[in-house]
Write a protein that binds this ligand. Sequence first.
Ligand SMILES: *Cc1c(COP(=O)(O)O)cnc(C)c1O
Length: 435
Amino acid sequence: MKLYNPFKRKSISERDSDLIWHPLTQHKTSGNLLAIKKAKGALLTDEDGNEYIDGIASWYTSMYGHCHPAIISKVNQQMKTLDQIVFSGFTHKPAVVLAEKLLEILPQNQKKLFFNDNGSTATEVGIKMALQYHHNRGEKRKQMLALEEGFHGDTFGAMSVSGLSVYNGAFKDHFIEVVRLPKPMGHNNDEVIEKLQKLIAENSIAGFIYEPLVQGAAAMKTYSKEGLEQILEVCKKNQIICIADEVMTGFGKTGKNFASDYLSLPPDIICLSKALSAGMVPMGITSCSSTIYEAFYADEVEKGLFHGHTYTGNPLACAAAIAGLELLASSEIQNNIQSIVVAHQQFANEMRNHPKVAEIRQIGVILAIDLNVEMQRYGSLRDQLFDFFMENGVFLRPLGNTIYILPPYVIKKEELEKIYQTIKACIKEVIPINQ
Ligand SMILES: *Cc1c(COP(=O)(O)O)cnc(C)c1O
């Protein structure tokens, strides 16, 4: 008979399940979570020594690869000099240098940066800037405008402007006021503008928040650039503050530094996080034009932006972000981006006419493949796909029937090729021809 053995060590995964409540997880059905012991470049290693290629750069944060020596070195140096300081009432060099470097590459109308510590609060602050901008000018504007199916984060404002789903449904009655617009897809651009005009006439819209050109969490859904430009034009004419949520798209993923660089009209506000601090330390930033800033610049204290988080402007996060920007500007990373774009294009061409592929979308290093399957199968299919990839040493997080790749820029050619081959094998094995 086997007795309780006090010497048997539990795995990290087992110890975790006794104690920890994970994000975006239904623990009753999720099973134990895999423990990752280390990561380097595009490779993750679990506690048993199995390796996985990180095909989504750990939610698009680690774009320069995990544990990059240049980033480690900068953060390490900073750690020995200044670790943390209250950012309300004090400042420091890493924050100033980061601001200078970032404003150099952001759209030219961006003039001021508001520091934060994650993507949701970066958009939350963008929303608050838009609402308070009108309030400070003595104008009553109540609603935010958002695109259907968007994702902007999990705090209350950010969640309210995100598309409705099972994830935010429980809080629906507590949302801030939001009106929604379908995505312009090219063929419906005129209808979208008509609907926008109607919404503007019937409401008092303060700001418009959007993920420029591609909606990440909605399964990398791309939409019409011309359509978005038309919306921005109408918004600007009506003094609706335009907020580009570049938390996902920022820092080279679309092939340009920011997705907004593709558009002729710059946003008033830009929200940044994820790859901003290179996957090393959490950080968020909301940048804005001088028009926005000036509406808060006044003798009255209450016209200021009273929002702040304790770790705002953390020097280590700033150091990581500076190192990230230096890498992004390097010819090595820029060449890597181009190579991934070309490799993606070839793979997309190869897969385009596959009978089990419904649609392929690509922008920059983002590649999404919609599989041709019945809607009812999405839920179980997603888990089957995920398991197949992990069993074959590839970490991807399919969304519904969509498989997407968003690899770190430093991914090796062979590693990227392995992701493609695994996707091909997966489509062959997981989806029956006669489904
Ligand atoms: C991830 C994401 C957010 C939220 O960022 P968190 O750091 O997870 O709070 C907001 N907007 C977009 C577009 C995102 O992809």
